[in-house]
Design a protein around this ligand. Structure first.
Ligand code: MN
Length: 744
């Protein structure tokens, strides 16, 4: 290369090593041409990015190399994806054009790079992230590789987020957990999804993340000993099958352990299923099902199964392609252990999903779940009606994370719907016309309401009537994006239809006055503060506005050029008496005096801000500011349950906020305390600890006992997180207390 690189010798070596490492990680067969193309893409990228560095200070080129390596190594993609990953930031950030790439590497590669570039650009819609997501989906249906490479790009950015300012970290983490993790889940990229969620938690909730990581490390030995004790009696027996196999026992992700702790409200030591045992059998496709059940039979001979925990995704895979046989058995010491049984092929699909699916295309015993899903995505995208935020919400709710229910048509055909779907969703799933005209529904031969929630195995029979029409309240009875968008567009059509005759009536009237129709209607729509002509006609149809009423306040004026137009009749000016100021209800102050904050680096006093009541931040908490539509700025905790949604959908309204210096301000923090109810002294011991020993004020305290346990809620006044943590530790140290958690 002729260009002089602005990197030093050591960095040059680093780059070359990274590149060599990348080449070694490509698993698929490569032709000589592939090798040459990869080399050329690498050289082009090195040259194009030679002047750039990442936030961390390292040469920029290390990023595309790392992304390419994730594509090859962790997603299992081939040379084409490696080339595109190397080039993914070239068009956006440097002088190289798409045309240059097309000339050098052909149109297939330039198309993918174009998709990747488009995904990164255009941030201007009302909710850029939602708009961006729609874009992700459009490129997804064109070439799934675009999105797979984007996933790798996002993963590397998440792994190296440390160099970014805090508020950017939070924004990126929110978008990752809101959009990319669900999409990775839907595409079956299990490992990537898991790492996304762990990395997000590390950013939004570092305290709990590190605590669990530490706990996992400390209990590693005893856990491994336990896994061995569980596995060894199985090994001899599994040999009987006569197929190669291997067993692993791996801890679950930190994020999923944290979810268990939160949902079951138990401390770390009481989460027993910290790991899952996996048996992977290397057998040909036609033997898979039989051999998996053989292994199941052996496992349940050795360890007692819990029948209701058996899940058979071998016979019927999940809609994201996942195939596996799961069971929970009672292991040594009476602990529950989850066992996953699958073939090598199923395992690869389970870990790498769509990417592995290419390898096994046409091999699986099941219809192509991805193609079917992509078709449904195409269908949603083709619907022009929904606005971006609505669309993203619908899409997430129905297509990404949810489990599904399996139901049947009267002919016995199976249909898969997201969990929580209703009988009316089913009708729209069959055909939009069946949905529109659905008048009654029978499930398992009994009449049910349209909003009936489907259950596995239900047989659903839809009765239609051509006079039936969707109504507004149908929206409350469906959950699938398809049904919602179909009902919404039917409602729109209905409004239009109802308004049509009034449009004609208005037109006659205006023609009679010899004024321009469109201009006059524009004026009316504006003055009535409506959105469209159709809204005005519909308002007339419903009687909200009447034609005589309209023409009471308008008259015709003559323009200089002889044109006739409508103007509003000026009303006499009436001087309104100044209204008495309403006595404002005094709200109990959450804190005394304003604490000192910086918002976007400026003293917070310049802004109109309040503390969000959903998460009650305390001085020292990790926080951000959110610009609400009409209540000024709200300060939230970074791990507020609403934070992800706000940042992912309205990232542009999020501002950086930070505490400055300590003040005497006090904050309210709510704690949930559970423990063993060992007599009447408990309330006194808890309050004594807090008020006498720590000198903190308790604002309120409720406690309820049942069957030897108690659960209490304590509202404390604290100055900062240090005080709060001290209080939590002190309470935890009491003998009868088992958990103390801050209520989010
Ligand atoms: Mn990138």
């Amino acid at each position: 290369m002729a260009e002089v690189l602005t990197v030093n010798e050591e960095e040059k070596r680093l780059i070359q090593n990274a590149y060599r490492d990348l080449l070694r990680s490509i698993k698929s067969e490569m032709t000589e041409e592939d090798r040459i193309n990869i080399r050329q893409a690498y050289e082009l990228a090195v040259q194009a990015h030679s002047e750039q560095r990442r936030k961390s200070g390292e040469p920029y080129i290390l990023h595309p190399i790392a992304v390419a390596k994730i594509c090859a190594d962790e997603i299992g993609l081939g040379p084409t994806a490696v080339i595109c990953a190397l080039l993914h930031d070239v068009v956006e950030d440097t002088d190289v054009s798409l045309e240059d790439i097309r000339k050098k590497f052909g149109s297939r590669i330039s198309k993918i790079v174009d998709g990747l570039t488009k995904l990164d650009s255009a941030y201007n819609a009302e909710s850029p992230q939602a708009e961006n997501f729609r874009k992700v989906l459009s490129t997804l249906v064109e070439d799934v590789r675009v999105v797979l490479i984007k996933m790798a790009d996002r993963l590397h950015n998440m792994r190296t987020l440390g160099a970014m300012p805090r508020h950017k970290q939070l924004k990126i983490a929110a978008e990752t957990s809101y959009v990319y993790a669900p999409l990775a889940h839907r595409l079956g990229l299990h490992n990537i999804k898991t790492e996304y969620l762990d990395l997000c938690m590390k950013i939004t909730d570092p305290e709990n993340y590190h605590e669990i990581a530490r706990n996992l490390a400390e209990t590693k030995r005893s856990r491994e000993a336990y896994i061995n004790e569980f596995i060894s009696p199985l090994e001899g027996r599994l040999d009987e099958i006569g197929a190669p196999y291997h067993i692993t026992g791996r801890p679950k992700s930190i994020y999923s352990i944290w979810n268990k702790i939160k949902n079951k409200k138990v401390p770390f030591d009481e989460v027993y299923d910290l790991f899952a045992v996996r048996i992977i059998l290397d057998v040909p496709v036609d033997k898979e099902k039989l051999v998996c059940w053989q292994a199941y039979s052996i496992v349940t001979d050795v360890h007692t199964p819990i029948p209701e925990r058996l899940k058979d995704w071998v016979t019927t895979p999940k809609s994201n392609g996942y195939e596996s046989l799961h069971t929970t058995v009672i292991g040594p010491k009476g602990r529950y252990v989850e066992v996953q049984i699958r073939s090598t092929r199923m395992d690869e699909i389970a870990e790498r999903g769509y990417a592995a699916h290419w390898k096994y295309k046409g091999v699986s015993r099941h219809p192509d779940v991805y193609e079917r899903w992509l078709d449904s995505v195409r269908e949603i995208l083709e619907n022009p009606n929904s606005d971006a935020v609505e669309f993203l919400g619908d899409f997430r709710a129905n297509n990404l994370f949810n489990e599904e229910v399996f139901v049947y048509t009267p002919q016995g055909d199976m249909r898969i719907l997201p969990k929580g779907a209703t009988a009316l969703d089913f009708a729209f799933g069959i055909h939009s016309d069946v949905g529109y005209h659905c008048s009654a529904i029978k499930v398992n031969n009994k009449m049910v309401p349209m909003g009936y929630k489907l259950r596995n195995g239900d047989q659903v029979y839809i009765i239609t009537n051509k006079n039936q029409k969707p109504s507004e309240d149908w929206l409350k009875m469906v959950v699938t994006g398809k049904a919602r968008s179909k009902i919404r567009s039917a409602m729109k059509d209905e409004r239009r239809r109802k308004g049509e005759i009034w449009k004609e009536a208005l037109e006659r009237k205006l023609n009679g006055m010899k004024v321009d129709f469109d201009k006059s209607v524009d004026l009316l729509v504006k003055n009535y503060d409506m959105e469209s002509h159709a809204d005005l006609y519909y308002a007339i149809a419903t009687g909200e506005v009447t034609i005589p009423e309209i023409f009471k306040s308008y008259k015709v004026e003559l323009g200089k050029d002889g044109s006739r137009y409508l103007v509003e009749v000026e009303e006499p000016v009436v001087i309104q008496p100044v209204p008495e100021p309403k006595p404002r209800k005094q709200r109990k102050p959450k804190f005394t005096g304003k604490p000192r904050l910086l918002i976007n680096g400026e003293p917070a006093e310049r802004f109109n801000y309040t503390f969000a009541s959903c998460c009650n931040p305390v001085q020292g908490d990790d926080i951000f500011a959110y610009l609400t539509a009409n209540a000024g700025l709200k300060i939230h905790r970074a791990n507020c349950p609403n934070a992800t949604n706000l940042m992912a959908n309205y990232g542009y309204r999020v501002m950086k906020a930070e505490w400055i210096s300590t003040t005497d301000t006090t904050f309210v923090a709510d704690l949930r305390i559970t423990g063993i109810d060992d007599g009447p002294g408990i309330i006194e011991r808890l309050t004594n600890k807090i008020s006498t020993m720590l000198g903190l004020n308790i604002r309120s305290f409720n406690i309820a006992g049942h069957e030897g346990y108690f659960e209490g809620r304590m509202s404390l006044l604290v100055k900062n997180t240090d005080q709060l943590n001290m209080a939590i530790r002190a309470l935890k140290n009491l003998d009868s207390v088992s958990t103390v958690t801050r209520i989010e």
